[in-house]
Design a protein around this ligand. Structure first.
Ligand SMILES: Cc1cc2nc3c(=O)[nH]c(=O)nc-3n(C[C@H](O)[C@H](O)[C@H](O)COP(=O)(O)OP(=O)(O)OC[C@H]3O[C@@H](n4cnc5c(N)ncnc54)[C@H](O)[C@@H]3O)c2cc1C
Length: 419
């Protein structure tokens, strides 16, 4: 490891890797430490079948019009699915209640309800408020259940824990998909960055003479440290700050928790989907339980079942088999029982208990959308912060993490120039 680099970066996810590249561009040295055996963090792909990559974390290139990973993929020769139809648009989604597909009239009513909810959320922010989404929508509607399920999978949090202003701050755009895994894209793009793997930070001592970072592989000293770990890791005090973080930073960490969204990927040994099955399906029962299903989007005989919020945490705690059973029940509700005869492989994610993230991605609590700015704020030109939770507009995304890394590296450069 570099003896005394200009900066110590903690975490080799999208944020840490982009910060490393930007620091090099700014001619500053760094040591990048990563607790895991691999780079990428929450961008991670595994083969669910030969040559068929399943993303356990990020899979969509959101805000594709401006997403920096789009030109990065193009330059690396990585194939993106760039059709601009919005897979998630309400009028494209098929809806199933208790296993029965909504008819045209019911679907129109559902879309109307969704539209009303969106308008209320936007209006609330426009009035300068930051309410819980649950306070803005009609929960007695027969279409409240799919709205709640859809919101929990999108935001990783239930609507009573979701800040309406945070939602409105997110810039809408096209979603591009990627054939061979977003995780693989990040791995290839970040592959040349020197990283000290299997190096877990346990504490950061910071004082007027600099920072001292304790890891399982020894101590590293520098003048500045850039922390890119999730707010889940920070809130759990897995890294001890000595002295402790100021109250305003602690408040920001609590206000923008890392929440849970899990996926269950199922690969089938043959094509079990009809041509019209491709796309997103919402399914729920009278108890308000359900999921969002993405079927065969890449044409590789794979379905992904998404669950979010408290239900996702609960399901994760029941273990992988219960998660898979739930997913298969959801699939048979929509595609019929026969698909059970053709299951080839499955992957069940467990982000709530993943020890290096403690959650999937961040969602600001009601009243706290503005805390993302505090989360990003440096302390005493010693402690800098990046990561998906520290950016507004592209929050909770992989490219948002990338942008936050560049922002933090530029803040560091500016501060070091002005010394
Ligand atoms: C299920 C799921 C679906 C998602 N879907 C999408 C999507 O479709 N599109 C999208 O854009 N985004 C999506 N995201 C979000 C996206 O993956 C993340 O926002 C992004 O990858 C976060 O990058 P990061 O660098 O901020 O954090 P991370 O990737 O978490 O990087 C932080 C790194 O710090 C390391 N670390 C933790 N503790 C320590 C320690 N003590 N010492 C050293 N290292 C440590 C971690 O191992 C990790 O590698 C999804 C995420 C999940 C989980």
């Amino acid at each position: 490891m570099n003896e005394e680099p200009d900066v110590i970066i903690i975490g080799a996810g999208a944020a840490g890797l982009s910060a490393a590249k930007e620091l090099t561009r700014q001619r500053l040295s760094y040591t990048l430490v990563e607790a895991s055996h691999r780079i990428g963090g929450r961008a991670y792909s595994e083969e669910i079948a030969p040559n068929n990559w399943f993303d356990l974390g990020c899979s969509y290139l959101h805000q594709a019009e401006t997403n920096p990973f789009v030109p990065i993929a193009d330059n690396l020769g990585i194939v993106l699915k760039k059709d601009k139809g919005d897979l998630f648009a309400v009028d494209q989604v098929r809806n199933y209640c208790n296993g029965i597909m909504l008819d045209e009239n019911q679907s129109a009513l559902r879309n109307q309800y969704d539209q009303q909810c969106t308008e209320r959320i936007i209006a609330s922010k426009a009035q300068g408020k930051d309410s819980a989404v649950s306070d803005l929508v009609d929960l007695d509607s027969p279409y409240a259940a799919p709205l709640m399920i859809g919101m929990a999978t999108a935001n990783a949090a239930d609507i009573d824990q979701t800040s309406a202003a945070d939602l409105v701050n997110f810039i809408n755009g096209y979603d591009f998909s990627i054939l061979n895994g977003y995780g693989n894209l990040v791995k290839k793009w970040g592959g040349q960055v020197p990283v000290s793997l299997n190096t877990k930070v346990t504490s950061i001592n910071w004082n007027s003479s600099g920072v001292q970072v304790e890891t399982n592989r020894g101590t590293i000293r520098s003048q500045r440290v850039l922390v890119t770990v999730s707010t889940g890791i920070l809130a759990a005090n897995h890294i001890q700050f000595k002295p402790g973080l100021p109250a305003w930073k602690e408040a920001a960490i609590s206000a923008v928790p890392t929440q849970t969204m899990n996926k269950i990927g199922v690969h089938f040994s043959r094509d079990v989907f009809a041509a019209g099955d491709l796309g997103v399906h919402h399914t729920w029962n009278e108890n308000g339980q359900g999921s969002e299903i993405e079927a065969n989007v890449m044409g590789l005989n794979t379905a992904t079942i998404f669950v979010g919020g408290r239900f996702a945490v609960w399901l994760e705690k029941q273990g992988q088999q219960t998660g898979l059973d739930f997913a298969l029940n959801q699939l048979t509700d929509v595609f019929g029982n026969d698909i059970r005869n053709h299951i080839d492989n499955s992957i069940v994610t467990a982000w709530a208990t993943e020890p290096l993230t403690l959650g999937s991605y961040s969602c600001a609590l009601p009243g706290h959308a503005n805390q993302r700015v505090e989360l990003a704020g440096p302390i005493d030109d010693k402690l800098y912060f990046a990561g998906e939770a520290t950016i507004v507009g592209a929050q909770a995304t992989c490219h948002g993490a990338y942008l936050s890394g560049i922002r933090a590296a530029q803040e560091i450069k500016k501060a070091s120039d002005s010394r």
